[in-house]
Design a protein around this ligand. Structure first.
Ligand code: ADP
Length: 157
C-alpha cells in the first residue's frame, strides 16, 4: 500500500523522521507531501523544506518527497493514492486531526486517514518548539537532524 504523509515540515524534526522511518517499514511506498502553505508564513521556503526532507530521507528507498498546494485530497487523487497518514502526539492533536479526516472524507469518500502514534520520547516535539529554542541559540541537537540544525543556525545567526 502507498500512503501520503502530509505536513508543513517547517522544518523536519526527529519526530517526523521517526514517523517516516516507521511508515517506510509498514507500507510499500511513502510520499512525504510538503504543503506550500503561505498562510502559515513558514520560516523555511517550500524548496528549503523539501530539500531538508530529501537530504534526511535519502536512505529510505521507498520514501519520496514532493510538495503540493491546494487541497490534499486532490493531490492524493493525482497520485492515485487514497491513504493519508498523520501522526498523533497527544490528545490535543486529536480534535484537529479528527476534523481534517472527516473533512477530507467529505471531499472524497475514497480517502482513508490512518494515524500513527508518536514514540513517547517525541510526544513533546514539534517544529515550532525546535524553531523557538534555535532562535535563542539553545541546543536542539537531540530534536532535529544535523542538516536542519545547520539550516537553523544559518537562519538565526
Ligand atoms: P501540520 O501543519 O500539517 O500539522 P507538521 O509538520 O506540524 O504539519 O506535522 C506533520 C505531521 O507530522 C502531523 O501528522 C503531525 O501530527 C506529525 N508530527 C509532528 N511532530 C511529530 C512528532 N514529534 N511525533 C510524531 N508525529 C509528529
Amino acid at each position: 500500500m502507498r500512503v501520503i504523509y502530509p505536513g508543513t515540515f517547517d522544518p523536519v524534526t526527529n519526530g517526523h523522521l521517526d514517523m517516516i522511518k516507521r511508515a517506510s517499514l509498514a507500507f510499500d511506498e511513502v510520499i512525504v507531501a510538503v504543503l506550500d502553505n503561505i498562510s502559515k508564513s513558514p520560516l523555511f521556503s517550500t524548496e528549503e523544506r523539501v530539500s531538508l526532507l530529501k537530504q534526511t530521507c535519502k536512505d529510505f528507498p521507498n520514501v519520496e518527497v514532493e510538495h503540493f498546494s491546494g487541497l490534499l485530497v486532490e493531490f492524493a487523487e493525482s497520485k492515485n493514492t487514497y491513504t493519508i497518514l498523520r501522526g498523533l502526539r497527544a490528545v490535543s492533536d486529536y480534535e484537529n486531526e479528527m476534523k481534517n479526516a472527516l473533512a477530507n472524507r467529505q471531499l472524497n469518500e475514497n480517502i482513508e486517514t490512518l494515524f500513527m502514534v508518536s514514540k513517547s520520547e517525541y510526544t513533546f516535539l514539534s517544529s515550532s518548539l525546535v524553531k523557538e529554542i534555535a532562535s535563542f541559540h539553545g541546543d536542539v541537537s537531540k530534536m532535529a537532524p544535523l542538516e536542519v540544525i545547520k539550516a537553523l543556525e544559518e537562519k538565526y545567526k
